[in-house]
Design a protein around this ligand. Structure first.
Ligand SMILES: [Zn+2]
Length: 379
């Protein structure tokens, strides 16, 4: 019998779960060893499958115990998960068939993408000492169509149905300002608001821009929001996000060849995009081109400075009347380094390039916040 390592959660167990061995039987899961005798066998018909984990890639099996307490388990790692999915029957456990289908199709799509980008690995290894240039060279050869497909896959792996607001004033506000900024672009942008308290926003190759609800709560004016969007738009327009992805795809294709696990590589790539890291040069480039974009649309760019200054100060917790979680501010901050230097560069640019025709944007902040609240509740 094939033993699969899983982490078990339930009353009396450690918060981080207890490592136990699981065997898939004819019509039940058998767990061992565990002190509580009656926990050993869980019939399939009491199980329910859904997704868990930060990347929404972890199979989560839940059931109710006799005393109606909630129990659940997740596979110990990606390898164990693969074994468990293969061993479990499809139609007996609610949610399972869908899970298996999703896993299979995702893994195929990713395998295709990774192999398609695999040629970069060779250049990457050969030209390691100037891999930034290689990534730029390769990224500039990716067609807009491929870039869009790539972006769609990344977006899908972020599970938009569960994590993004679908409608309401918050989504409309981001969309309205974003569309004003990107009118006439070669990209067709899509704007998303993620139910995430971290003060962050990020761009996905192909023109997908995601703004966290945490960021929307911390911008004090429509100009500040426009500045953040302009910065992210430039990560798309300058293909920074794509270059980053080509860079990691080069590494990923090596990992794939070594490990042969497309799901693990897909997880790695998706994670990379949402926690994207650019060096200061790239960030400054996005800042200044973001300012130019704003000015080109006659929009006031000073919001970029005021927002960055707030980021640098870590926001005023008392003024907000709530306790600031350090991790919430960390999002954009950690992925956007050297804020003080960047502020200085922007201020110098603005001093040399004043925009007489630029005007301040207006918005209904109260309606936007109400939209956020309603959207977050409707989860
Ligand atoms: Zn950036």
């Amino acid at each position: 019998m094939n033993e699969i390592k899983v982490l078990l959660y339930g009353s009396g167990l450690p918060v981080a779960g207890q490592l136990v061995h699981c065997v898939v039987g004819q019509d039940a899961l058998h767990l061992r060893p565990h002190e509580a005798e009656d926990l050993r066998t869980i019939p399939f018909d009491g199980l329910r499958a859904d997704v868990a984990g930060f990347e929404h890639d972890r199979l989560h099996l839940a059931w109710k115990h006799d005393d109606s307490s909630d129990w659940s388990l997740i596979p110990a790692d990606a390898g164990e998960q693969k074994k468990l999915i293969a061993a479990l029957p499809q139609h007996v456990i609610p949610g399972m068939a869908q899970w298996q289908r999703a896993t299979r199709s995702q893994s195929w799509v990713w395998q295709g993408i990774i192999y398609a980008l695999g040629f970069v690995a060779l250049s990457f290894v050969l030209l390691l000492w100037q891999h930034d240039r290689v990534a730029m060279w390769a990224a500039n050869r990716v067609s807009m169509e491929t870039e869009k497909k790539l972006g769609e896959q990344v977006l899908k792996s972020l599970n938009p149905e569960a994590n993004f607001l679908q409608e309401g004033e918050a989504v409309n506000t981001v969309k309205k300002i974003g569309e004003q900024l990107t009118a006439g672009s070669r990209y067709q942008y899509q704007w998303y608001v993620s139910k995430d308290p971290a003060v962050n926003a990020f761009a996905i190759p192909g023109g997908f821009v995601v703004v966290n609800s945490g960021l929307l709560k911390h911008v004090d004016s429509a100009d500040e929001l426009a500045a953040v969007l302009a910065h992210e738009v430039q990560h798309v327009e300058q293909r920074h996000a794509l270059q980053n992805m080509v860079n990691s795809a080069a590494v990923a294709s090596v990992v794939l060849v070594v490990l042969g696990d497309a799901n693990a590589v897909a997880m790695m790539l998706a994670h990379q995009v949402s926690t994207q890291y650019f060096n200061r040069q790239v960030e400054s480039d996005a800042d200044i081109k973001g300012v130019q974009l704003l000015h080109g649309k006659n929009m006031e760019a000073k919001g970029m400075v005021s927002f960055f200054k707030k980021m640098d100060a870590g926001f005023d917790a008392k003024k907000e009347g709530e306790k600031e979680q350090p991790s919430e501010v960390a999002g954009w901050f950690s992925s956007h380094p050297d804020t003080l230097i960047r502020i200085r560069v922007i201020e110098e640019y603005l001093a040399q390039h004043p925009c007489g025709t630029c005007t301040t944007l207006t918005w209904d902040k109260a309606a936007m916040l109400a939209g956020l609240e309603a959207g977050e509740k409707s989860k």
